[in-house]
Design a protein around this ligand. Structure first.
Ligand code: AMP
Length: 197
């Protein structure tokens, strides 16, 4: 009888753990979709209600922190500009250095620059040359992965400076835009949302 009870308890606990640790579906209720912003055809994802709710925001940062606590990271690199929201909070929580990757022309000191293709047109990202050291283990963080172009360019910048990209992390992945395939780096997101190509 005792054995059956223990087995029941273990099953209950493991189901509970799987449900709480693996499912981040609760975040979806905080994500809004704004059609045709900033241009026609774009389904813009935003999450002001998540940022306005300290409990929910903390839970997001804790989830990232739990994932990366054992990863022996040297720094967190956040992408301009919404990657700074999650990146700085996570760096603070993990007591790690935070480094910015910025759009061209924003960083005043010596930078390494990379040009990359957007869906329509081109863009550039920059990083201060002394912001990381060769051999540093880096987590790149942004709010959202769409085509993966921005994160892939940031990963190349980090590697040019001698860093090792341990993983790229985002709150949201837009599935169907081949972001993961284009990125070619280990990738993790809390929420995955299907969109049409
Ligand atoms: P991509 O380079 O295509 O992966 O685009 C990712 C970058 O653009 C991220 O910094 C996002 O913040 C932003 N972004 C791209 N698509 C969207 C979207 N549908 N909603 C909100 N932000 C987006």
């Amino acid at each position: 009888m005792q054995k059956i009870f223990l087995l029941f308890l273990a099953t209950l606990l493991s189901t509970h753990l799987t449900a709480t640790e693996l499912s981040h579906q609760w975040i979806e209720e905080y994500i809004a979709t704004v059609p045709d912003f900033p241009k026609v055809g774009i389904q813009f994802k935003c999450y002001p209600d998540l940022l306005k709710n300290p409990k929910a925001f903390r839970r997001v940062i804790q989830t990232f922190a739990d994932r990366y606590r054992g990863s022996n990271l040297d720094a967190i690199v956040g992408l301009d500009s919404r990657g700074f929201i999650f990146g700085t909070a996570l760096a603070y929580e993990m007591n790690l250095p935070f480094v910015m990757v910025r759009k061209a022309g924003k960083l005043p000191r010596r930078v390494e620059k990379i040009d990359y293709e957007l869906e329509y047109g081109k863009a550039s990202l920059e990083m201060e040359v002394d912001s990381i050291s060769p051999g540093n283990r880096i987590l790149i963080i942004d709010d959202l992965l769409a085509t993966g172009g921005t994160a892939a360019a940031a990963a190349k910048l980090v590697e040019r400076l001698g860093g090792e990209v341990v993983e790229v992390a985002c709150l949201i992945e837009l599935e169907g835009l081949h972001g993961r395939k284009n990125l070619k780096k280990p990738f993790y997101s809390l929420v995955s949302i299907e969109v049409d190509e």
